[in-house]
Design a protein around this ligand. Sequence first.
Ligand code: UDP
Ligand code: MG
Length: 316
Amino acid sequence: MNTEETPAAAQIEISICVPVYNEEDSVGPMHAAINAALDPLGCPYEIVFVDDGSTDETLRRLEQIAADDPRLSLVRFQRNYGQTAAMTAGIEHARGRYLVTMDGDLQNDPLDIPMMLDKLKEGYDLVVGWRIKRQDKFLSRKLPSKIANWLIGKVTGLPIRDNGCSLKVYRSELIKQVPLYSDMHRFIPAMTIPLGARVAQVGVRHHARRFGTSKYGLSRVFKVLLDLLSIKTLLLFARQPLSSFLRLAGLAALCALLSALLMRSQGQLLVVEMAVAGLFGSLSLYLILLGLVSAVTFQGTGNRFLPYDGDEKEPE
Ligand code: UDP
Ligand code: MG
């Protein structure tokens, strides 16, 4: 990954992080649209474009724009790593007090940013956009997304209308603590649950794609399901892995005990009950060991889900 710094890093108020992959015709208008939306705010801001290994003219065009605009910084991947990795690189590179993530294909509208920032300043840590009139195909995009949002809400306990909307505004110290990998840019609100983030949702504009093509097909459905499984596991085990495993081990031990009692009440040595009791007993032991290993791993890698210290007022 190569990065090109902007010159002076005065106290930046807002950082806009935009991952782009083969968006050569969109980056120019996107840059202009962000400036048009943020200039009236009159505060220092930066735009971080992350080129995710584009093979078209995207990078060249971004370099030309950056040459004339010191507020733009460029993070460059040598190959295509995917939207989550690109978004994460932008977030790590950003220096603003407030961070904004959005797509670079002009489907999200930077004009929504000031309104979302106002919402955040009411006392939230994360403001999630939901595309009220989403301009995508119904069967291949909107319907799967509706089902996914419902499922994610049920599984994580945090009902979000539009997890897939990249347009989000965060307090920088919150989003920099959220570990993102795989395709988890679609699960950012859920990933902030262990941090105790205060989340708000607001309706945002959405436009049909003007240039280029979408980078995703229906295969994303499987990725979403797999990521949902990882997230559920993380949410269950993130804070106290040992005690979570011990609870499961206790359950297995109980099953082993019940099988043994059943065996005794029958008054004879039953092969099946004995095997079942033995299996549950081993499972219980295995879970205890797994709990110990995960506790060690958890300490070794550092707990990234530290309680988040939101610095401003409570939402009304
Ligand atoms: N993107 C990226 N890397 C990828 C795929 C997508 O940086 O591997 C960027 C893409 O250029 C766009 C944003 O992520 O700025 C959203 O992608 P896309 O518009 O294809 O998604 P959709 O709107 O169709 O869900
Ligand atoms: Mg798009």
